[in-house]
Ligand binder design. Sequence first.
Ligand code: SF4
Ligand code: SF4
Length: 431
Amino acid sequence: MIAKTRLIPDGKKELKKLSILHYLNADYVYYPVTSERCPDGETCVIGGQFVKVGEVIGTRKASFFEQPIHATVSGEVLGYEKHVDQSGGLVDCLIVRNDKKYEPHESIVERNDADIEKLSREDMVQIVKDAGLVGLGGSAFPTYIKLATKDPIDVVLANGVECEPYLISDYSLMINHPEEVIEGLILAMKTANARRGIIAIKKKYKEIEERLTFALKAYSQHDIKVVKVGNHYPSGWEIETIKSALGITIPQGELLSKYGVLNFNVSTLQSIYSAIRLGLPVLERTITLSGNGIQNKTFKARIGTMLTDLIELAGGYVDLDKPKVMILGGPMMGVNVTRDDVVITHTTTSLIVLNEETEIEEPCVRCASCVYSCPVNIKPVQIMNAYKIRNKDTVKALEVDLCIECGLCSFVCPSKIHLTEYMRKAKTLVK
Ligand code: SF4
Ligand code: SF4
């Protein structure tokens, strides 16, 4: 039987009920010198130096941009250690001993309405660049590059769909601080000279719709609307969200700005607000520990905090006799990790720990469910078969590069074949 699946259990109901613990007591914080997007990096501080919150302590470097690294606590620089970052790999991290005084750096200056009014477009792009802002929905794409587009922009889309199961970071932001999302959206609209803003949320989240609609009453001079999109997966994929929320079809691989659209995750918009209004880089993230192999808990913690601190605070792992599977991020697009000394970075939102159930891969039964479920209309089973015999030409012809690694093909496969993993490998083969 063909199973075309886009509706998947989201596992968020219980997580949404958890209170958020604000954790500021990490004794040591760790700053990766590189990231997936920035394979090079350097620090500009020395052992024994005292640093303050918001101070630039280094720079990550990619071929087309640089991202300053900011201290998120005040304290003493100790040296370097290797720990796991969002990519799942081991990276060099600068260690700062947290003095827990959270002394702000002199460069942090709040702006009032009049100060913001005076800012030019170039000023705002520069502030965002200096704050090192990147896409917090997972893309880690530099925010200032999007904002600096030369294309005429009609609409800025605030993407609050967060369609991956078990992720509630954007949900809690919109419930607890809707005005920060709205102000970030207004600043992005001002920078891009956009006429209107749209906040896209899932249809089923009536409580978010109410919170945002109520908060928007204070900003009635701006053309901003809340639009509901489908509950299916991956309704938060930007191409799909834009189609549902704006009715604009953008071919994959094309720049959204060419169609007059900029798309930002709601957390990224909050970071724009913090950078321009409060003069702050991203200091904290909301992190959820979930899954049946760990005590579930949500935290707000400084970037650089080690997940092991949060795991201990939550009460640790459960069913200690059972082996665990650990996923950084959501279960569909997240990265498997084998150790938990993971450092919280800009894009860390969740650690899922599952008691391992042995799933044995069966042979393909040619049901075509993977093909019918794929949101980008490629043929995962055929790509897998071509990859297995290392047939580069066929893999290429089957357009594996269009795969967004959403995980649906693996999810729907009755034979438990890890198709998404094959897609990743096939992409590497033809790169
Ligand atoms: S992981 Fe790739 S191939 Fe599989 S369903 Fe998603 S987009 Fe399609
Ligand atoms: S790979 Fe899985 S989902 Fe795809 S055709 Fe084979 S059995 Fe069906």
